[in-house]
Design a protein around this ligand. Structure first.
Ligand SMILES: CC(C)(COP(=O)(O)OP(=O)(O)OC[C@H]1O[C@@H](n2cnc3c(N)ncnc32)[C@H](O)[C@@H]1OP(=O)(O)O)[C@@H](O)C(=O)NCCC(=O)NCCS
Length: 195
């Protein structure tokens, strides 16, 4: 895997506006919501991870360190409503310049916002940002086979299944979206922006 921060320096990420959500840079003030979501057993099981056992003070320390020394291999965003409510997080990581690809992740942590199109708009906004602002050609993800909501959401955003993975006792569906497929779903305005 290779990655470098150059793509992100040129992106100059501030706020990315979607139809229902705004993606913005992470802030230290997000830490309480993130702690609640990362220690939630149901959210952890939907993400095929054990709930985080860390006590808040330890979590805060790690969180602060990551904010000061962000990894060049990933780009994270907070997901907000237009009213400024923090409802989740998304981002892309495992960025491979040589492979031209990255892995996408999303969590709408606030259950009040499930099944209302916020996840779909978050992913559409993020994939559009990636294909406009970076040279990556493929975005992929993995989700639990049992997570029907997530698969429906990803399919609505143009992702298609591309394999299966059994890992650590979990069964995942792999899904992908290629730049070419994404371009075909756009109305042509992206070309003008790039030219
Ligand atoms: C998965 C997630 C991102 C989806 O976001 P969302 O805002 O809830 O999803 P959307 O409303 O945009 O789309 C969900 C779709 O799935 C449908 N759906 C919900 N439950 C379903 C089920 N059990 N089976 C099939 N479809 C289902 C919804 O009706 C909706 O489809 P529609 O718009 O045609 O009605 C979000 O729910 C989430 O983060 N959940 C918790 C963590 C998680 O599962 N993460 C995924 C890790 S890969």
């Amino acid at each position: 895997m290779t990655c470098s921060p150059y793509e992100f320096e040129s992106v100059g990420v501030g706020m990315i506006t979607g139809r229902k959500v705004i993606l913005r840079e992470k802030r230290l003030a997000d830490v309480r919501d993130d702690y609640i979501w990362h220690t939630d057993p149901e959210l952890a099981s939907l993400d095929a991870t054990p709930p985080l056992p860390a006590i808040f003070s330890r979590y805060l320390l790690d969180y602060t360190t990551e904010m000061h020394y962000p990894s060049p291999c990933k780009q994270q965003f907070a997901v907000e409503t237009p009213e400024g409510k923090h409802i989740g997080n998304c981002g892309y990581y495992n960025i491979s310049e040589t492979g031209g690809e990255a892995e996408l992740g999303i969590m709408i942590g606030n259950r009040d916002y499930w099944d209302k199109g916020y996840g779909t708009d978050t992913i559409n906004t993020l994939t559009s940002h990636i294909f406009h602002q970076t040279g990556l050609n493929r975005i992929y993800l993995k989700t639990l086979k049992s997570n029907a909501r997530a698969q429906k959401c990803f399919k609505k955003c143009g992702f298609s299944p591309c394999g299966d993975l059994d890992k650590d006792g979990y069964s995942f569906v792999l899904m992908e979206l290629h730049r070419r497929q994404w371009e075909e779903t756009q109305d042509g305005t992206w070309r003008l922006k790039l030219e």
